[in-house]
Design a binder for this molecule. Structure first.
Ligand code: FAD
Length: 398
């Protein structure tokens, strides 16, 4: 059913078009976050979304973890991990019904690329950056994981992170934005953004709107939107890297497990999801229209092989469903695993032709709130806002 939406109610500008301080393109988590942070400052906000409801792009296809990202330590992304762990703590405080603690278990086997020492070191570093204190699970307790393959198991560790329902979190953030009078238009596709003397004119299949600032929060469509800016918006070269998940017809384990794929040693995990077990994820180069992103048979087989290897007694369980989303990563040669996962905000308030245009590239679900606050800080001078900005870190989400 199409999500509830409003007809734009804002004041008109000299062309009799509706005017907003801020227009946000995209009702994924990043667009929702910016809409909430901007509306909280008292700015008038319109969110425009091409689909008939929120979070129908990447923000319902993630691994649903609110985490620092243990594996990003291997690529020395320490500031990203630290910021995400801080954000995890904030989200657990302001959205306890949506962001719940999750225990992760890492079994380390003889043939793993990462030794027990390496895993222990990573967990120790993770805790120094704000993660939970890691725990080594004594071998006498391994029998408490009845289906787990314990052949050639050398060590087991556990630590705490958090899990969410990504689409529900996005809806909650948008609801908070609406509480502060942000408006949302669904089933509305932005076709062009033109620079006007005082700001921007945004054209769509449902009419034109004007604004002082415009935020390109179109996720994997970010460069499509940049290409629709008639003022020559700068673009970052990106690769779209697909990540698939499968949901298995077996009751959820109490814990989340992190493993090395028996195929290639990549980190894969199992998570409880709606009472069942979810396995993720993959890294498959994607080209084409993001709307067509769907798991391939190879991806499903890769994830199922990993599950069967570590839970051989459950190898007969069926795949109930699968889904895939697109990571927006800086273009580079080689493995996607090694690429930076931080968010980049493309803007330049000093260049007249793009003053007030902000494009969000990449990033994590976990860091959406921090990103939104950075975007709003960049916008404030353009909107002539000199008062101290109000933070979303104390606004509860339901
Ligand atoms: C496989 C995978 C697993 C992940 N796991 C995690 C995780 O566990 N934890 C974590 O923190 N992060 C994770 N991430 C990252 C996280 O999911 C993304 O950073 C986040 O969801 C991106 O949100 P977004 O709002 O930028 O994009 P999207 O959710 O894709 O939103 C963009 C929106 O823009 C709209 N749009 C596009 N073009 C137009 C147009 N012309 N007109 C109007 N609207 C338009 C789209 O319809 C879409 O709704 C994962 C990502 C992937 C791909």
């Amino acid at each position: 059913m199409p999500a509830q939406q409003e007809t734009p109610t804002q004041t008109s500008n000299s062309n009799n078009l509706p005017y907003y301080d801020v227009i946000v393109i995209g009702a994924g988590i990043q667009g929702a976050g910016v809409a909430q942070a901007a509306a909280l400052q008292g700015w008038s906000v319109l969110v425009i979304e091409q689909f008939d409801g929120p979070a129908q792009g990447t923000s319902s296809k993630s691994s649903k973890l609110i985490h620092g990202g243990l594996r990003y330590l291997e690529t020395a992304q320490f500031s990203l991990v630290k910021e995400c762990l801080q954000e995890k703590a904030i989200l657990q405080k302001i959205a306890p019904k949506l962001v719940k603690p999750a225990t992760f278990v890492i079994p380390v086997y003889k043939k793993n690329k990462r030794s027990p020492f390496w895993v222990g070191l990573g967990l120790w570093l993770y805790s120094l950056l704000g993660g939970s204190a890691p725990r080594k699970i004594a071998s006498v307790l391994w029998k408490n994981f009845p289906h787990l393959n314990t052949q050639n198991l050398r060590a087991m560790y556990s630590y705490e992170d958090a899990q969410t329902d990504d689409a529900a979190l996005t809806r909650a953030v948008l609801a908070a934005a609406q509480e502060d009078d942000a408006e949302i238009l669904y089933s509305t596709e932005v076709s062009a953004i033109n620079k006007t003397g005082e700001g921007y004119k945004v054209n769509s299949n449902r009419g034109s709107f004007t604004c002082s600032t415009v935020v390109n929060a179109a996720g994997p469509w970010v460069n499509t939107i940049a290409g629709r800016c008639t003022f020559g918006a700068p673009m970052i070269d990106v690769d779209l890297v697909q990540g698939a998940h499968i949901v298995l017809d077996t009751p959820a384990f109490e814990q989340c497990f992190y493993f090395e794929s028996p195929d290639d040693g990549r980190a894969v995990f199992t998570l409880p999801w709606k009472g069942k077990t979810m396995v993720g994820t993959t890294e498959t180069h994607f080209t084409g229209d993001p709307k067509t992103c769907t798991p391939t048979a190879d991806e499903e087989a890769y994830l199922k092989r990993a599950f069967d290897f570590y839970f051989p007694a459950l190898a007969n369980v069926k795949i109930l469903e699968s889904f895939a989303g697109l990571r927006v990563l800086p273009m580079a040669e080689g493995s996607a695993t090694k690429r930076a996962r931080d968010t980049r905000i493309v803007f330049d308030n000093n260049v007249d032709t793009m003053k007030g245009y902000y494009a969000i590239y990449g990033g994590k679900l976990t860091g959406y709130r921090a990103t939104a606050e950075k975007v709003v800080q960049c916008m404030a001078p353009v909107l002539g806002h000199s008062a101290t900005l109000v933070s979303t870190k104390n606004v509860h989400l339901n």
